[in-house]
Design a protein around this ligand. Structure first.
Ligand code: KIV
Ligand code: ZN
Length: 507
């Protein structure tokens, strides 16, 4: 069977999505999980775009051993040099050069002729090739470019040393058959095409990113660019989990394989959602909370008799825990540790003790502690590791005839206890104002969402917020059975991220 190269761009195109705002440490954590997932190429970032991006790409390049680490660059000398500087220590480095190719972009954006674009593309691939053996080239907006011109560009860049040529549907405009025809045309009309891998990169503006990618694969493309949970510019990119599971589930049709360990999909998806703050929609294929839930009586009856009646994939094959074993207040440390291991979390003794303590507190309030609850506890634990300020106490008084009032106590980085109180238009406003009186960092709250982790009146509530400061967005999350506590934790989490980013910038 032929193998498809999985090129993950969660940390570049995915991170480009409005409001993703990952720190360097978070990017490295995702990169390590992508390596575990078995992706062939990790596009780690766009080094010329900011010092923060450069630093993250450099760190990932040093740490990742099992996947190629790729850096994106405009087709200009400075961007290519900077990309190489960031990835030169990678075990397997790749430079990805891109330049617009469509007449629309040439006329309105670049104000250059086709001949000029052809020459720049060739020269810049040659420059990248002086640094790296592995060079990818993308003619941006390819799906709105005259195919004959794409053939010319590809022939030139392959001649200059490109080892992968990527065909982006930059604005998500393509229709599967038409996109497939373009790929087939490339194989027929580019004389040196056998010297490069043909790749595709589809956006989801018409909801066709995965369909276009699969059709292109069917017509001969052998690298697919995609992101976890389909995050990315605007409506996002083709979703990795959908492509990989389509190839696996319908291997009878495609007769193709990937290197992906599909049992890592669920965990990777949760991590990316957790760190970017982009919630996965419940009905999202493969990893949505409802993806393997059967509501209709006929379906439930069928699945009980034989899963294959209404389930085309085994939930365990994507890493959704096999048993729905529920822990409770009588469960001990050993059972808790075992369950964590089954969910893929191995904590050191200290972290385990803190998580177990949180579990005990939760099981005192909640009759049954589910896997989702445990994941939420672990996410809380991971958040506290990188804390600058720690929420020590929050107390709120509110009601239909009272003025919402909050008292907050924080532990500062130097161990000092800081307390203050404030009135607000509502209880959350009062909590945030009290925190602001202590921390004193000007910012604007731009998004506030509450959701429950599981069903039931005793469910854990998860609060997701975004704040903006100095033109940068920071995400914060907090979880608790008390929504006010979760709101305070989310705000502290966002402020801690802001402080960590500022510190990194100064350093
Ligand atoms: O969508 C696009 O065209 C891109 C390129 C940089 C490959 O992301
Ligand atoms: Zn893109």
């Amino acid at each position: 069977m032929d193998r498809i190269i999985i090129f993950d761009t969660t940390l570049r195109d995915g991170e480009q999505a409005a409001g993703a705002g990952l720190s360097t440490r978070e990017k490295l954590e995702i990169a390590k999980q992508l390596e575990k997932l078995g992706v062939d190429v990790i596009e780690a970032g766009f080094p010329i775009s900011s010092p923060g991006d450069f630093e993250a790409v450099q760190l990932i390049a040093k740490e990742i051993q099992g996947s190629t680490v790729c850096a994106l660059a405009h087709a200009n000398a400075e961007a290519i040099d900077r990309a190489w500087e960031a990835i030169k220590e990678a075990k397997s480095p790749r430079i990805h050069v891109f330049l617009s190719a469509s007449d629309i972009h040439l006329l309105y954006q670049l104000k250059k002729s086709r001949e000029e674009i052809l020459e720049i593309s060739r020269d810049m691939v040659a420059r990248a090739k002086r640094y790296a053996e592995d060079v990818e080239f993308s003619p941006m907006d390819a799906s709105r470019t005259e195919p004959a011109y794409i053939y010319q560009i590809l022939e030139a860049v392959i001649g200059a040393g490109a080892t992968t040529v990527n065909i982006p549907d930059t604005v998500g405009y393509a229709i599967p058959q038409e996109f497939g025809d373009l790929i087939e045309g490339i194989f027929k009309n580019v004389p040196n095409i056998n010297k490069a891998v043909v790749s595709i990169h589809c956006h989801n503006d018409l909801g066709l990113a995965v369909a276009n990618s699969l059709e292109a694969i069917r017509r001969g493309a052998r690298q697919v660019e995609c992101t976890i949970n389909g995050i990315g510019e605007r409506a996002g990119n083709a979703s990795l989990e959908e492509i990989v599971m389509a190839l696996k589930t319908r291997s009878d049709f495609f007769n193709l394989t990937t290197n992906v360990d599909t049992t890592q999909i669920y965990k990777t998806s949760r991590l990316v959602s957790e760190l970017t703050g982009f919630i996965v929609q419940p009905n999202k294929a493969i990893i949505g909370i409802n993806a393997f839930r059967h509501q209709s009586g006929i379906h439930q009856d069928g699945v009980i008799k034989k899963a294959i009646t209404y389930e085309i994939m085994d939930p365990r094959s994507v890493g959704i825990p096999a048993s729905s074993l529920v822990l409770g207040k009588l469960s001990g440390r050993h059972a808790f540790k075992e369950r964590l291991a089954e969910l893929g979390y191995i904590l050191d003794e200290e972290a385990l003790s803190r998580a177990f303590q949180a579990f005990k507190e939760l099981s005192g309030k909640k009759r049954e502690v589910t896997d989702r609850d445990i994941e939420s506890l672990i996410a809380e634990e991971l958040r506290t590791v990188s804390e600058v300020y720690h929420l020590d106490h929050v107390e709120v008084s509110c009601g239909d005839h009272s003025i919402p009032t909050a008292t907050v106590r924080l532990i500062a980085p130097d161990g000092q206890t800081l307390a203050d109180a404030a009135l607000g238009t509502g209880p959350v406003d009062a909590v945030y104002k009290a925190i602001n009186r202590i921390v004193r960092i000007p910012n604007e709250l731009t998004e506030f969402t509450v959701k429950s982790v599981t069903e039931g009146i005793d469910a854990i509530g998860e609060v997701l917020i975004r704040i903006e400061s100095g033109g940068v967005t920071y995400t914060g999350r907090g979880a608790s059975t008390d929504i006010m506590v979760a709101s305070a934790k989310a705000y502290i989490n966002a402020l801690n991220r802001l402080l960590a980013a500022r510190k990194a910038r100064h350093e």
